[in-house]
Design a binder for this molecule. Sequence first.
Ligand SMILES: Cc1cc2nc3c(=O)[nH]c(=O)nc-3n(C[C@H](O)[C@H](O)[C@H](O)COP(=O)(O)OP(=O)(O)OC[C@H]3O[C@@H](n4cnc5c(N)ncnc54)[C@H](O)[C@@H]3O)c2cc1C
Length: 403
Amino acid sequence: MASKVKLQILGFGPAAVGIFVATDRLGVLGTLLEQGVYIYEKHADVNEWNSLEYKIPSNSPIGDFLCGIRKDGVFAEVMQSPRIRQWLERRDDSICLTAISGFLKELMLCVVKAVEKSPTSRIFWSSPVSELYMHETEGFGIAREGETLMTSDSLVLATGARNRDMPELIPNAFGTISSDSVLRCREDDRIRAVIHSGCPIVIFGGSHSGFSSAGYLLSEFGAQLSEQQIHVVSKDKVVQMYSPEEVVGTELSQGDVVNPMTREINKFHGLRRDARALYRSVLEGDERRIKLYELENDDVPVADRLALNGSGTPLVINATGYEPRIPKLFDLKSKEICLDRTSSNICKDPFSGELLCGGKAIPKLYATGLGFADNGVDGAQVGINFFHNQTAQRIVENLMNIA
Ligand SMILES: Cc1cc2nc3c(=O)[nH]c(=O)nc-3n(C[C@H](O)[C@H](O)[C@H](O)COP(=O)(O)OP(=O)(O)OC[C@H]3O[C@@H](n4cnc5c(N)ncnc54)[C@H](O)[C@@H]3O)c2cc1C
């Protein structure tokens, strides 16, 4: 007989933590844990989580990572620490993402402690979930360890996203590496060798990841780079995003966005902060180690467009974006249910926040985080401030029937 809990959550990263941040804020964490929450995480423990261990400045100001977290609730120990008090005093600054990663792990540990104290809730570590089942009356089922079946009334997907694959665009390149592994400092030796040989580095992607990777190369290897050794290729015109305050006295070009929701990031649509500053300095001719290509149509092979002839075999960095990681979803007749999606995001009902299949909301199936963001006025709202606030708030209000 399957055991049944109130909620199952797949994935335990910052977005999943958001469910607890919102529950704590609304004063219903004890009730939710009592009703039963099962979390499944493919890593063996909190320390294995490393999604934001990037050696680059955060896109969001510090305040965005702290907002909406109660100081006297389940996260009190972290939020009242001297370090976080200092952070609160410089809430508009950006900070290295490795520091943010450490902070998020501390929040995760607070959730782990609270769950461990509850006899009705559990975290299953080393538990990747590849399939789940949906039934009108029984709810959501996860098959694990042979016959055991857990079911729940509601389910939240918080499994994050992975680097999109890139078609081979430049024949005979040294190979393709991901912007993700570049920003984690895992490719330093290879990059050093290419720079030393005088060959070009081609970054595909004019988004935050593309310009962050370029920024990383400049900060780590800047003195060894020669003029135009880095090529950044964007398949469209690069979009910049500004807050209304930032835009005063700035010349915008067509397609740039002014976001009335100040301070909030929207990674997949428009450059902000350091990435934007780097883009502008390339445009203005101040940063000559980067050559930028903003392509207008893709009928000419990319390799032919780049002025690489004679400059040696390039190393390619894939910064073409992310796509959601989703387990397969079946109905009880084993028919696969395909969720509505765009290239980088799963679609939701704008009112209930439930996921859509053929334009219809699937009752009580929710999602949050990278790859599962809500849609805002100018695209998917990708940021921890959203995941911990609006997105999680709506899920928790629905789950706990809070009007
Ligand atoms: C380069 C870069 C910079 C960014 N900068 C910022 C920033 O400055 N500010 C900001 O707010 N956001 C930023 N983001 C966006 C986003 O907030 C982070 O990516 C954040 O880590 C997303 O959290 P998540 O919980 O959705 O995903 P993840 O951190 O990826 O967590 C998902 C978890 O689910 C687990 N999982 C996956 N599949 C399964 C499965 N099948 N079964 C069980 N477990 C599974 C994974 O192991 C992981 O622990 C940035 C993103 C990138 C890529």
